[in-house]
Write a protein that binds this ligand. Structure first.
Ligand code: C5P
Length: 314
């Protein structure tokens, strides 16, 4: 089979994150296949402002995409949509974010053409890295592009919000301040090409459980979000790394001490700062020196307690 490889936009005018989010279209014979990248995110800070009437929490967090990807492959085929995945989670569960995203767009736009969705997972699930949210966002971008629905970014973000609180951010990724339940997004200068090591203890943590057990009046240390944003503007990696705070650690760490052990290990190996991402259990360390990051990652690969990933911010 002969495929014509066609990147949908000219690459030169785009930043790293925009390039990483582009879909690639392969046309060959009667096949129309789209490949969409779905990058993981980390939280450079996470503050919880208040509990809302609807049970959710108002947050204030700095989000950042990193170069660890799932891949979503889409192919026009049959009727309705099917989802296949390489193991690790139930592809047919209707609670699954990919299912919810596809179902939403198929019904909203009355799509009659068929779609086969194949997911290649590399981002660990239930890990605080937005794996499920980024897959859903990629499915929204992919369906919009494949069936030329003409949705704007704002419309895709709105659709994403009904799938999950982190999905709107994942539509565009990059560096952003997320407020509300995560859907009010303000772009900040890209904090790209920073060396990061992610450690993911081999446990799953339930996000609803973490929020349910959060005691807002017992939080003593909160992130200074303005200081962090100014550190990003100045590209002061050390000041950024030393001032990162995630208030959800107050729930996750007492229950899972391995999360704290992972942070300490990263600091021992030369990280300039280390915090938990999202509701955990993944933690990450920021390195101001690429060789140190590579050395740390190599040492950590041998550790059976956690999975490690050497990545860069994009
Ligand atoms: O929207 P998502 O499914 O990602 O959220 C999972 C759970 O996390 C919610 O059911 C809620 O319990 C909690 N959550 C919250 N406040 C947020 C985001 C999530 O309380 N802003």
């Amino acid at each position: 089979m002969f495929f014509v490889y066609n990147i949908l936009n000219s690459e030169e005018e785009f930043s790293g994150v925009q390039k990483s989010l582009m879909s690639r279209n392969y046309f060959g014979g009667h096949m129309n296949i789209l490949e969409v990248n779905a990058p993981a995110k980390i939280n450079l800070s996470l503050d919880v402002i208040r509990k809302r009437e609807d049970g959710y929490h108002d947050l204030k967090m700095i989000m950042q995409t990193v170069s660890l990807y799932d891949t979503v492959l889409m192919e026009e085929s049959g009727e309705g949509f099917t989802i296949e995945c390489d193991g690790r989670f139930d592809p047919f569960g209707t609670e699954n974010t990919v299912y919810k995203a596809a179902e939403l767009l198929f019904s909203q736009f009355g799509i009659k053409r068929g779609l086969k969705i194949r997911l290649i997972k590399r981002i660990p699930v239930a890990a605080g890295l937005a794996g499920g949210s980024t897959d859903a966002a990629a499915v929204i971008r992919g369906i919009n592009s494949m069936f030329t629905l003409g949705m704007t970014t704002a419309e895709m973000e709105k659709a994403g919000k009904s799938v999950g609180a982190d999905v709107p951010y994942c539509i565009e990724g990059g560096t952003a301040l997320a407020e509300g339940i995560g859907e009010i997004l303000t772009r900040i200068p890209l904090f790209n090409e920073v060396d990061i090591v992610i450690l993911r203890p081999k446990i799953g943590v339930s996000t609803p459980w973490v929020f349910k057990n959060l005691k807002l009046d017992r939080i003593s240390e909160r992130p200074d979000t303005d200081l962090l944003i100014s550190s990003i503007r100045d590209r002061n990696i050390t000041r950024m790394a030393e001032n990162m705070v995630n208030v959800l650690e107050t729930v996750t760490i007492p229950e899972y001490p391995v999360v704290d052990a992972a942070k300490k290990r990263l600091l021992e190996l030369g990280a300039a700062g280390s915090i938990m991402s999202g509701s955990g259990p993944s933690v990450f360390g920021i390195f101001s020196d690429r060789d140190k990051a590579a050395y740390a990652a190599e040492r950590l690969l041998a550790d059976p307690e956690w999975d490690s990933f050497l990545v860069q911010t994009i």
